[in-house]
Write a protein that binds this ligand. Structure first.
Ligand SMILES: Nc1ncnc2c1ncn2[C@@H]1O[C@H](COP(=O)(O)OP(=O)(O)OP(=O)(O)O)[C@@H](O)[C@H]1O
Ligand SMILES: [Mg+2]
Length: 266
């Protein structure tokens, strides 16, 4: 049995609040996100991207619809199966303030019961990969926003999950660090052929890292388009000079522009 797709099937969700009108965050979202590929999701602020992530992670039950993980059996048929191993880099970092950088990164491994020596080794490697060597014993309160974000990234990568969910993983970084880590992530993805779902506000980042780009509409969010990124791998940042990159950018920007205006008006 091989894991083939994250299948999002007619998912709608609304948030109820005591003193306000309910907020419809998602309406009838359906899509197949292929395993071993990077699915980038772009859409205006508030369109429900983080909500969709919570639903895919099984942390929020959708009002309607479902998310299933599809596997191909020996006979070639697709059937739903149990959730693969997943890790998430949250938009708001979610670091534990009373733990050091090293202990934050190793936290998930600890929950899995990984022995101490292996935990230390894997955490150290992940910390090096986000260029934070030397800060192992710092506490989150002693770090800048960008550094906290890199700890969050290390904490996701250290798990070597089957699916890595990334919610704006580079949002708080300066432009240079962002470019550097985008290249690192791209190399990682190519080496391990990971299933990655990347939420980002940056069209360039969505294209550079993605195998396809899913464009969502203004709230209530729906999937407006899914565009394959037909640029060769391995990619480095020079791919942004490719004519095809410019065409994809224009196409996605065209789809997003009206949605962003709508999102700002409601
Ligand atoms: N816990 C909650 N209670 C009430 N409303 C919520 C809650 N979480 C999200 N919402 C609402 O649902 C909508 C979608 O929110 P969500 O965070 O999924 O958007 P997003 O696309 O991730 O936005 P951004 O790009 O700014 O991160 C928004 O209108 C938001 O106000
Ligand atoms: Mg969000």
């Amino acid at each position: 049995m091989s894991f083939e797709y994250i299948s999002i099937e007619g998912v709608s969700h609304r948030f109820l609040s005591r003193n306000r009108q309910p907020t419809t965050a998602l309406t009838d979202v359906s899509g197949l996100f292929p395993a071993g590929k990077v699915t980038s999701i772009v859409g205006p602020s508030g369109c429900g991207k983080s909500t969709l992530l919570l639903i895919m992670r099984g942390l929020v039950a959708p009002a309607q619809g479902q998310v299933r993980f599809l596997y191909r059996d020996a006979a070639g048929a697709l059937a739903p199966g149990e959730a693969p191993r997943m890790a998430t880099v949250w938009q708001s970092f979610n670091l534990l303030p009373w733990r050091t950088v090293a202990d934050n990164v190793a936290f998930g491994l600890e929950l899995q019961g990984v022995p101490l020596a292996e935990r230390r080794e894997r955490a150290a490697e992940a910390i090096r990969s986000v260029e934070l060597a030397g800060f192992e014993n710092h506490y989150p309160g002693q770090l800048s926003g960008g550094m906290k974000q890199r700890v969050g990234l290390a904490r996701g990568m250290v798990m070597s999950p089957d699916i890595l969910f990334l919610d704006e993983p580079f949002g708080a970084l300066d432009a240079q660090t962002r470019l550097y880590l985008q290249e690192q992530l791209s190399a990682l993805v190519e080496r391990h052929a990971k299933t990655v779902v990347l939420i980002t506000h940056s069209i360039e980042e969505a294209i550079f890292l993605g195998d396809h780009v899913v464009v969502m509409t203004a709230r209530p969010g729906r999937i407006a388009a899914s565009l394959p990124v037909d640029l060769p791998r391995p990619r480095d940042l020079d791919v942004q000079k490719d004519k095809r990159f410019g065409e994809l950018f224009a196409e996605i920007y065209g789809l997003l522009r009206d949605e962003v205006r709508k999102a700002m008006m409601n």
